[in-house]
Design a protein around this ligand. Structure first.
Ligand SMILES: Cc1cc2nc3c(=O)[nH]c(=O)nc-3n(C[C@H](O)[C@H](O)[C@H](O)COP(=O)(O)O)c2cc1C
Length: 231
């Protein structure tokens, strides 16, 4: 019996893995940057709900979650985000598109928003968290970190993106990260600028088309010996 998935409970025995190493690697091999989706297939509600929850469960530096994930299923909206007809099979035929947007600055209220949530969910005292709040405000709001907070928040998005891509692969859902997007267009179409957020990356998800030749290409990675350094 696995204790690994029980929230908030420290395992008293060595937890058993949620999936086998072989299964994990099989799904990571199976996934690929999908160029053509099957326009007739939609991600079922329960599967998509799990992927939304996976996005929300993504870890972030200091637990600050400086992001919004905008989920787009409307065809016209997708077309406004990607008017280039060459992207029809990848974007318009996808089931869901996610825009990953980061907060462009952090205010004291952003720090306290997280502190308040910790108090609510963990029942700890405000006094016990005040040093953490002071540290974060001193660094990210009033200190040297304020100058780079936009960049750091954008980096956090890529953690959520990776989490999304892997979670989708484990559920048998195809995806493609989209780094080459027109972020300003996204912000305007999705109304993110007035919320103080900026889109840096997106992802499309759905089910691969049988015509997508990329699905049959060998996966290209450097040999492990070139990438892994063991000390
Ligand atoms: C941050 C990021 C941005 C990417 N942007 C695009 C993109 O704009 N369009 C695209 O077709 N693929 C994009 N890709 C897919 C990569 O080209 C692909 O993941 C890489 O070549 C490895 O191939 P694989 O994902 O099929 O294993 C992106 C991947 C990442 C991680």
């Amino acid at each position: 019996m696995s204790t690994i998935l029980e929230p908030g409970i420290a395992p008293t025995t060595k937890p058993s893995a949620a999936i086998t190493p072989e299964r994990l690697l099989a799904q990571l091999q199976w996934r690929y940057a999908t160029k053509q989706f099957n326009p007739d297939l939609r991600i079922p509600g329960k599967t998509w709900e799990a992927l939304e929850k996976a996005l929300v469960l993504s870890p972030s530096s200091g637990g600050l979650q400086p992001w919004k994930f905008v989920i787009v299923t409307d065809l016209e909206l997708k077309r406004r985000l990607h008017p280039d007809p060459r992207q029809e099979a990848q974007v318009l035929h996808s089931s869901h598109l996610v825009a990953f947007a980061a907060k462009i600055s952090l205010a004291e209220s952003d720090i306290y928003r997280n502190i308040d949530r910790v108090i609510e969910l963990r029942g700890v005292s405000r006094e016990s968290l005040q040093p953490q709040a002071d540290r974060q405000i001193g660094r990210l709001v009033n200190g040297p970190g304020a100058a780079t907070v936009r960049e750091v928040n954008a980096q956090q998005l890529h953690i959520a993106l990776g989490n999304f891509l892997t979670s989708a692969a484990l559920l048998g859902v195809d995806t493609c990260a989209l780094g080459g997007i027109d972020g300003a267009r996204y912000d305007e179409v999705l109304g993110l600028t007035e919320l103080g957020y900026k889109t840096y990356v997106a992802a499309v998800a759905g089910y691969r088309s049988a015509e997508d030749k990329n699905a049959r290409l060998a996966k290209v990675r450097f040999p492990e010996a070139d990438v892994l350094i063991r000390r």
